[in-house]
Design a protein around this ligand. Structure first.
Ligand SMILES: [Zn+2]
Length: 427
């Protein structure tokens, strides 16, 4: 179900101040620019639920890339001519956010025109962030830590794979395990965040995708979540799906943006979500961090022991060991950024990237091949997951939202999901 919304009327009878009017005009042009750019690459528009009439004709020849580039330049010049608002005021956050989104759209247009950027420059322009660099030695030290948790012969990567094999959710139990995880993620989220009454999503199982899960936001607080079943699904994916794609992750983020920014404030730029933009760092980072917001401290392991392991048919006494290993493997995700950076910068080839992922990020060879396909398609987008998570976590914790202060953690987290905050403002 796709829905669209109509433009807000000015009920007060007063015209908005001049600068706000210009912002609204720039916002409308930005939405149309993103939609037109989407005609050149179907991955660009992740979600759109604004007015139908703003959609371009389906023929991309009427909006060639050089015209779109010029439009992006013009909009940036317009926004730069606007006077700055009071620091940290909603209007100023809006102006800064829209500017960063415009830089990203212009960059994506340039990439579609054939321009390529070094990995870090690309991520700075598209996502307003640059991932830290790590050496082989950094990951080797982590592998040593993992090795002590899983002693035995063979490489650590093989030992981890062997260990995890016992925790693949049987196909016939997938739905029951996922439903239980979603129900609990939703229950925990609703204790702290008020969502529109009609909010809902459906889960679909798909194959042959470059990703493992995807949330397609349709507007009106409705999402379609797709799970890729090409590869074995380990037990940790249940909470991952429930929280990252659902509660309090993407589904909640999109619902709150629609409720607070589009419907309440009439900031139409948020009715479109361009995938290759700073919004994605906030989206992926908050979705990943949302797991520990919903399940702080030991609560995840407890829930896995009491609910999910029994449904999946696993021995609950093994949950603690499983998650001590899982936490370490997540830290190794930065090895994925290194593989992407080196591969996309042309320092290593595809086989070397696969080898790097198998050795340091503990991917199976098949999963590593899939990940390199993800690099080809989504490029520096990879940093949004782990760097995004660390940036969102640091931002929330600096404001008093440490895990032992649950109320404050949820409050800051909800504010982040309801306001236009750019990645560089998280630092
Ligand atoms: Zn995601």
């Amino acid at each position: 179900m796709r829905s669209s919304i109509t433009l807000r009327s000015n009920k007060s009878g007063h015209d908005p101040p001049f600068a706000k009017k210009i912002m609204n005009t720039i916002a409308e042009s930005y939405v149309k620019l993103v939609l037109k750019t989407g005609l050149h690459d179907s991955d660009v528009v992740d979600a759109y639920y604004g007015p139908e009439i703003w959609k371009p004709a389906k023929d991309k020849s009427v909006c060639p890339l050089d015209h779109l580039h010029q439009e992006a330049d013009d909009l940036l010049q317009k926004i730069d001519r606007l006077p700055a608002n009071a620091r940290a005021s909603p209007d100023e956050l809006r102006r800064i956010a829209l500017r960063a989104q415009l830089v990203a759209v212009r960059t994506k247009i340039e990439m579609l025109q054939g321009k390529s950027f070094p990995f870090d420059e690309e991520s700075r322009l598209l996502y307003d962030a640059v991932a830290p660099m790590h050496t082989r030695e950094y990951f080797e030290a982590m592998l040593d830590d993992l090795g002590t948790l899983l002693p035995g012969p063979g490489k650590v990567s093989q030992r981890v794979e062997q260990f995890k094999r016992a925790f693949v959710i049987p196909k016939e139990k997938l739905e029951a395990v996922f439903s239980a995880a979603i129900k609990e993620g939703r229950r925990r989220t609703l204790e702290h965040i008020e969502l529109p009454e009609n909010e809902n999503f459906v889960v679909e199982y798909v194959t042959e995708k470059a990703w493992s899960g995807y949330n397609w936001y349709k507007g009106n607080s409705f999402s379609t979540i797709q799970m890729n079943t090409d590869f074995p699904i380990y037990v940790d994916r249940a909470i991952d799906l429930a929280c990252h794609e659902g509660y309090p992750g993407h589904h909640v983020y999109n619902s709150l943006m629609e409720k607070h920014l589009v419907r309440k404030r009439g900031w139409m730029e948020f009715s479109v979500y361009p995938l290759f933009s700073p919004q994605s760092l906030i989206a992926e980072g908050s979705a990943n961090f949302g797991i520990e917001v919903a399940f702080p401290g030991n609560e995840r392991v407890q829930f896995e022991q009491e609910a999910l392991f029994p449904i999946a048919g696993f021995d609950p006494s093994r949950a603690e060991h499983y998650y001590s290993i899982h936490v370490l493997t997540l830290k190794l995700s930065y090895a994925g950024n290194e593989a992407a950076r080196r591969y996309l910068n042309g320092t290593i080839n595809k086989d070397e990237a696969v080898h790097w992922l198998v050795t340091y990020a503990l991917f199976t060879p098949e999963r590593a091949e899939q990940r390199v396909r993800f690099f080809d398609k989504y490029r520096s987008y990879v940093i949004n997951y782990n760097l995004g998570q660390d940036m969102v976590k640091a931002y929330v914790e600096r404001r008093g939202g440490a895990s032992e202060n649950s109320e404050q953690r949820w409050k800051i987290f909800k504010e982040l999901l309801s306001n236009p905050i750019t990645p560089s403002a998280l630092i």
